[in-house]
Design a protein around this ligand. Sequence first.
Ligand code: MG
Length: 169
Amino acid sequence: MGWRVGLGWDLHRLEAGRPLVLGGVAIPHDRGAVGHSDGDALLHAIVDALLGAAGLGDIGELFDDRDPAHRGRPSGEFVAAVRARLAASGLRVAGVDTVIVLERPRLGPHKAAIRARLAELLGLEPDRVGVKAKTHEGVDALGTGDAVAAHAVVLLEDAAPPGAETCAG
Ligand code: MG
């Protein structure tokens, strides 16, 4: 069995009058992420981790942020597209762990929904998905609430070849 690890990180500025979406879940707030797509920093970090683990480049190479087709696009569609590429490469997602850095609002009430949505988007059982939320202790742009950031680590495994399950002991 082959294993591959991938690391992703993303940051978006926050401005009034925009939606805040994290892990495909809308978070009620008075400001949201500036971005060409829906600005979902968590999903963008996950996409980069998936691509990195598979040696498939990065999110900017696959989804050009100058392409009008991606304007306002739900980032869950990027995840779906990358999963299809992984499958074509004989890989599947085995687990993901994430950290969101957001000063406010506190994400405690939203973590379960984000975890459930990530599990759905990645085709994983929820116990293979980690969602942690941190503040930035008032320091720098993250700490003043002017930005949101996210970190992600993913583990990919080689998809079992057809018929391999019949060999299981
Ligand atoms: Mg991004």
